[in-house]
Design a protein around this ligand. Structure first.
Ligand SMILES: [Fe+2]
Length: 278
């Protein structure tokens, strides 16, 4: 995996290993099946709160920037709470779906490990690979279902966690803000190819060498159909985290972090209490 494109493009793009692609396909199907459950049953799988949320969420914000979608966060750390809730639904569509995450985690582990190892070497971040791999229980699998016919499907933002592995999407429309030209470009995601890009956490950990990539989702020509997508927010044991109690991505200028000196970027972070094993 050539991570040098992180400097030029802001992301790494590569062909899926076949087994991982199959696992992504199956997880996507199981998510679509889950979505067909009645809303009251889906709500049985909710948990957490606005910041530490997990399970099923249905965002129905109001206003011109409404970010309306169904999503599901699955972390292995939440299984003890999530699995009994899924069983309570009493429908295979709920349990199969949660189990698909385990297969995914198992198959994407080696790919994430290579990425972390190469980043550690190239950007001189001691212990990075170990920190990433010891945090697998805290990697967040986010499943999304976007409604039809909306002017914007996902607002412009950078992700807050460590880095983001974009696993797949049923429709195009994903765009990133080019690091140098500052224009929106379509990201190279297809059935065969996928991308990993840094989030705020990795920008901080690399002392600003890497930049959290801004992205958005706009409707495509064929956006009469629904869009389903899956991403993994790979988090890692770190000393600081983005302070989302004080800062909201909506208030930042897209790409605000691309040229900023590290000491200024650091102001958006707070020390993080140790919460992960290892
Ligand atoms: Fe995102």
């Amino acid at each position: 995996m050539d991570v040098r494109t992180l400097d030029t493009n802001g992301f790494v793009s590569f062909d899926y290993p076949i087994l991982l692609r199959d696992a992504v396909g199956e997880a996507m199907e199981s998510w679509k099946a889950f979505c067909t459950l009645p809303i009251e049953q889906k709500r049985l799988l909710s948990g957490g709160d606005r910041i530490k949320d997990f399970g099923y969420m249905c965002r129905q914000d109001a206003g011109p920037n409404a970010d309306e979608k169904e999503l599901f966060h699955a972390l292995r750390a939440n299984y003890p709470e999530l699995l009994p809730k899924a069983q309570l639904v009493g429908d295979k569509r709920a349990t199969d779906f949660i189990e698909a995450v385990d297969v995914l985690l198992y198959r994407m582990g080696p790919v994430v490990q290579i990425f972390a190892r190469e980043v550690e070497k190239r950007y001189g971040i001691p212990g990075f690979e170990d920190d990433v791999m010891q945090s697998q229980d805290y990697w967040t699998f986010r499943y999304l279902r976007y409604p039809k016919n909306k002017p914007i499907l996902a607002n412009k933002h950078g992700d807050r966690g460590g880095f983001t592995f974009h696993l797949g999407e049923t429709e195009g429309g994903g765009q990133y803000l080019d690091l140098h030209e500052r224009v929106w470009k379509e990201w190279p995601v297809s059935e065969k190819r996928t991308i990993i890009f840094p989030s705020m956490g990795l920008q901080h950990r690399s002392k600003g060498q890497l930049k959290a990539l801004w992205h958005q989702v706009v409707p495509t020509e064929s956006s009469a159909s629904e869009r389903f997508a899956m991403v993994t927010f790979v988090d890692f044991q770190g000393t600081h985290r983005f302070d989302d109690s004080r800062f909201n991505m909506k208030d930042f200028e897209p790409g605000f972090n691309y040229e900023i000196p590290f000491n200024e970027f650091d102001k958006y972070f707070v020390p993080r209490p140790v919460m992960m094993p290892g």
